[in-house]
Write a protein that binds this ligand. Structure first.
Ligand code: SAM
Length: 391
């Protein structure tokens, strides 16, 4: 994971949607005749017309293609067999490591649905649907809910995903019967979007419309105008223009330093609130928390504060240590950081715990040879004492 000079190219990451196809099938049809590169660098330096791909070593069913390749008119994209999703954005669903024993899974902040459909693919690989395993996808914003619904349908995931559109995860009652089988929760809340690789019009949300051949639908809310709205947590969504592969809802940092600090304080308060809310679901034993932010305050800062919270202590939530993570992410070398100025003298954890938590946190850095956006993810686990191996 070597750092490169700033102007590094970004690959076109393609996740094979294993709800309705397999990697082998796509390699022998859509990508028949493509040569397999042994290094990511080979696709990064190739032209858009080169028939070459790289199979990602960390995330199953993820391929990288040359940055300028255009797959948006390919039948596989139009049929939802392939999904454009940054490598980093694939970390949370994979890290959650859902098994049939986990029962239902909540995606608390779902639109446009990259991680929701990834969860559906993982569940579908394990025969989860046959066991009645459901992904319950919350999305508070009504416009973005429409996109989420389209993406779920396109990915053939509608028999696995239950979309709760216009629904605020924060007001979902953990003790409701509806969530009594929820064993795992993925949380990817609104953030500063500071990890996003430069956006332009070609990156706007475009979902293929299977009913109209190769036509694409642009899902910018209100044309190209950006819509500002207040969310119920007092944090304004800065941009509801939707990106399919860049999954933020709150891009662009405020350039004025003081304002950025205020915004990060508001965002991290909301992020902590939503994470500690997830910790209240009685059967939940796994949570992932992620952002596309580079800021300690929204990332490790939230993790440390969540671990020190009353609910985490009462319910026995702990960080998922590196050695217990899924193989592909255990091997990932960019780990969490510690900002000694963040909590002042009032340190939340002992020195050795800090090191362990930072080692458990996963970071991605934009502008590196990894070819990812800037990203952060951590997982929490708990043992609620119930024996899940019982029939
Ligand atoms: N996970 C998505 C993906 O991978 O495609 C991206 C999620 S985006 C970073 C955050 C989303 O959470 C936004 O669509 C926002 O409207 C939604 N959101 C924010 N607060 C929420 C809440 N309290 N309940 C439900 N959805 C919320």
């Amino acid at each position: 994971q070597e750092d490169l000079p700033k102007k590094v190219r970004h690959p076109r990451w393609v996740r094979i949607n294993t709800v309705n196809t397999t990697c082998a099938e796509q390699l022998s049809t859509t990508f028949a005749g493509y040569a397999r590169a042994s290094k990511l660098a080979a696709v990064l330096s190739a032209s858009g017309s080169a028939r070459i791909y790289f199979q990602d070593p960390n995330i199953p069913n993820l391929l990288a293609f040359p940055p300028d390749i255009d797959l948006s008119t390919s039948p596989a994209y139009i049929k939802g067999n392939i999904i454009f999703q940054d490598k980093a954005s694939c970390f949370p669903a994979y890290l959650l490591n859902v098994t049939p024993e986990d029962g239902d899974v909540i995606d608390g902040c779902a639109a446009p649905g990259n991680k929701t459909t990834h969860l559906a693919a993982i569940i579908s690989d394990q025969d989860g649907p046959a066991r009645g395993q459901t992904v319950i996808a919350f999305e508070r914003d009504k416009v973005r809910t429409g996109t989420l619904q389209k993406m779920v349908k396109l990915a053939s995931a509608d028999r696995i995903v239950l979309v709760k559109g216009g629904a605020d995860f924060l007001v979902a009652s953990p003790d409701s019967e509806e969530f009594s089988k929820v064993g795992a929760i993925l949380l990817d809340p609104s953030c500063s979007g500071s990890g996003i690789v430069g956006r332009d019009d070609t990156m706007r949300m475009r979902l293929p419309d299977p009913s109209s051949g190769t036509k694409t639908i642009s899902h910018t809310s209100k044309g190209k105008k950006r819509k500002r709205d207040k969310d119920t947590n007092g944090v304004s969504e800065r941009n509801t223009t939707l990106d399919l592969d860049l999954d933020d809802s709150a891009a662009e940092e405020t350039p004025v330093k003081g304002k950025l600090a205020e915004r990060l304080t508001a965002l991290s308060a909301f992020q902590l609130r939503i994470l500690t809310h997830a910790m209240r679901f009685p059967k939940a034993r796994k949570i992932t928390y992620s952002t596309c932010s580079v800021h300690f305050k929204e990332n490790e800062g939230v993790v440390f504060r969540a671990l020190a919270s009353q609910v985490a202590k009462e319910r026995g939530w702990a960080i998922l240590k590196r050695e217990h993570q899924v193989d592909g992410l255990k091997r990932w070398e960019r780990r969490g950081i510690w900002d000694s100025t963040a909590f002042g003298e009032d340190s939340l954890l002992a020195q050795e715990q800090k090191a362990e938590v930072c080692e458990a946190c996963i970071r991605c850095e934009k502008g590196t040879a990894d070819g990812t956006m800037g990203f952060f993810v951590a997982a929490f686990v708990r043992d609620d004492g119930s024996d899940q191996t019982a029939p």
